[in-house]
Design a protein around this ligand. Structure first.
Ligand code: 6GU
Length: 260
């Protein structure tokens, strides 16, 4: 996968040299380049912002440097070739999710445009959308100074889904959010630590009981912490024991009689 990141703070992306993302880059699974937006400015002050039309607080990123950056990184694609996908982190975007991470991991080329201040002149995104798919994406309902940290988050979520990055691909199937539920708690040795015991079932060697216990814990945890995720579950994904576990967690399933 090819990734280009454009920002006025290229130093923000130093963590992308580390750990498993660094290894994916060194191993050729991820071809990632960080670009300084000011490369595409020509005045002495290398200006990237200006005052907003219509008034109001803060500054807006000027369109010209962004237009040139995108021309350089995404030259007009011949009709038979897939254009890159442009991602613009912003608190006004669609919510980032594991599903979107999977979608992005299947793209051959991503470009991230990191805005600062009050954002990027809307015409940059409108023009880019005539050439390539554009997705404005938000991490959640809070406001950051700029898109840089969001790109680190998104790239971490995406890189671990690239084929060959994780040793044990099975762990992707079991983890939180893989099936619309949070994962059960995990334990390792010693069996008793500071008076706290590892649940006996996990030491029983009975794989059927262990799987059921994990499923119950998963449902209980999700009901307690993320009722929105329980509400979004498809009733066909729940068996009778699931419905019982949810009932005990104080979460009656509306169509419980439909459960298998
Ligand atoms: Cl993606 N960008 C900014 N600036 N703030 C955010 C965000 C993104 N997601 C949540 N808050």
């Amino acid at each position: 996968m090819r990734v280009d990141i454009v920002s006025i703070f290229p130093e923000y992306f130093a963590p992308l040299d580390l750990s498993l993302i660094g290894k994916a880059r060194a191993g050729g699974l991820l071809n990632l380049t960080v670009h300084d937006l000011r490369t595409w400015t020509y005045d002495v002050h290398r200006t990237v912002d200006d005052t907003p039309y219509g008034g109001g607080p803060g500054m807006v990123m000027r369109p010209e440097p962004w237009g040139e950056a995108l021309d350089a990184l995404a030259p007009p694609t011949p009709g038979d070739r897939r254009p890159p996908r442009l991602l613009v982190p912003t608190p006004t975007g669609v919510r980032f999710s594991q599903a979107l991470a999977h979608e992005l991991a299947a793209e051959p080329h991503l470009i991230f445009a990191c805005g600062r201040y009050e954002g990027i002149d809307q015409r940059v995104l409108d023009h880019a959308a005539t050439r390539m798919p554009v997705t404005e994406v938000s991490l959640g309902d809070y406001v950051l100074f700029g898109g840089e940290v969001a790109v680190l988050v998104i790239m971490e979520a995406v890189t671990r889904l690239l084929p060959g990055v994780l040793g044990n691909a099975g762990s992707l199937d079991e983890e939180s959010h893989a099936h619309g539920l949070l994962e059960a708690p995990v334990y390792t040795k010693p069996p008793v630590w500071r008076g706290h015991e590892v649940p006996a079932v996990l030491r029983s060697g009975d794989h059927g009981r262990i799987a059921r216990w994990r499923r119950d814990e998963s449902l209980r945890r999700t009901a307690a912490r993320r009722p929105d995720m329980i509400a979004a579950l498809s009733p066909d994904s729940l068996d009778k024991r699931d419905v019982a576990a949810l009932g005990e967690a104080g979460f009656p399933v509306p169509s419980a009689d439909m459960a298998k």
